[in-house]
Design a protein around this ligand. Structure first.
Ligand SMILES: NC(=O)c1ccc[n+]([C@@H]2O[C@H](COP(=O)([O-])OP(=O)(O)OC[C@H]3O[C@@H](n4cnc5c(N)ncnc54)[C@H](O)[C@@H]3O)[C@@H](O)[C@H]2O)c1
Length: 312
């Protein structure tokens, strides 16, 4: 049994990570300030009793160190973040405060209490900027076009520093567009949740831009599996977690309309700044170093997400 500390544990990805680790028989301490996460996401985790502990705490807080000292986690999964492009454009200082200073507080606590490994969620959809070649490889130069992309990328240099000079092991996963049950449809990151929720309510979603922009959609279960594998593999590496497949927003719209039975036409709005034209992540390094491959077909993952939103 390993003790894990999961930051952002009440969020979309974090809550699924908690469930998976608990199901494997580990002890999990989740830290989340509930700024975008929900306590309701932790219903399953709570049923594990003493193996699961939740703290409503900001990762920037001084109280984080005593918490690390008390629980002595062996592994930290760092997911707490300001996780949207648009909020980062509106308030880059807040973005950096959480994504850089909060991250550093976690790293300092980890070093001081002898954490063995940190698994970090990087953002494959923003940290590479507009790639020259698709699917993009981890070696591609990073030219992020939003403060969010920058703040998530900066952590990679810090991780290399912490490994070299402070003796901590890490793996950073460049996550594609993760979708699935529990994604907050009121947020900005989850186009799947936003479209499907609107369609189920009989409302026309808005497509930003012409809808020909592409994204790489990876299902939550596959993402959680990559995070679980990264606990023991991929030391000191940045590893893409995506499908390598580009799907246009228009195609996503069609697929969700078919699944929800929505017959209306979308409305169109201007493409906001900070949004890429095309992205997909090459998953071949993940196969090599993590033993991970994308598993869930988009049709199946969308079907599961729609069923969840319908409460089926
Ligand atoms: N969902 C995606 O498609 C995607 C893609 C790439 C990277 N990521 C990264 O994965 C991680 C999780 O994203 P998510 O989609 O689950 O988003 P999310 O917003 O559901 O999860 C983030 C969690 O962090 C918490 N949080 C925010 N600021 C905090 C703070 N200062 N202290 C403590 N907790 C704080 C929020 O309350 C939330 O529960 C983030 O680091 C994000 O950047 C997500």
């Amino acid at each position: 049994m390993t003790t894990f500390l999961v930051t952002g544990g009440a969020g979309f990805i974090g809550s699924h990570v908690c469930d998976r680790l608990l199901a494997e028989g580990h002890r999990v301490v989740a830290v989340d300030d509930l700024s975008t996460g929900h306590i309701a996401n932790l219903m399953e985790a709570r049923s594990y009793g003493k193996a699961f502990t939740f703290f409503n705490m900001d990762v920037r807080a001084e109280g984080l160190l005593p918490l690390f000292e008390r629980y002595r986690p062996e592994v930290v999964v760092h997911l707490a973040a300001q996780a949207g492009v648009r909020p980062s454009l509106a308030d880059p200082v807040h973005d950096a405060s959480v994504n850089v200073m909060g991250f550093l507080n976690v790293m300092e606590c980890a070093v001081r209490t002898g954490v063995r490994k940190v698994v970090y969620a990087a953002s494959g959809g923003t940290m590479y900027g507009e790639p020259k070649r698709l699917p993009v490889k981890e070696t591609a130069p990073g030219r992020p076009i939003s403060p969010y992309g920058i703040s998530k990328r900066v952590a990679l240099d810090y991780l290399a520093y912490y490994e070299r000079f402070r003796g901590i092991d890490w793996t950073a996963l460049a996550l594609a567009n993760v979708y699935g049950p529990r994604q907050d449809p009121s947020g900005e990151a989850g186009v799947v949740g936003i479209f499907a929720t609107k369609m189920l309510a009989g409302e026309a979603p808005t497509i930003f831009g012409d809808g020909n922009q592409t994204r790489d959609f990876v299902f939550i279960d596959d993402t959680v599996h990559a995070i679980a594998l990264a606990v023991e593999h991929g030391s000191g590496r940045l590893v893409n977690v995506g499908t390598g497949i580009e799907t246009s927003v228009n195609r996503l719209y069609e697929m969700l309309a078919a699944l929800t039975g929505f017959a209306g036409q979308p409305s169109y709005g201007p493409l906001p700044p900070g949004e890429l034209r095309r992205i997909s992540l090459d998953p071949s390094l993940a196969a090599e170093v993590l033993g991970w491959k994308p598993w869930t077909h988009l049709e199946d993952g969308l079907g599961e997400t729609v069923a969840y939103l319908k409460g089926v």
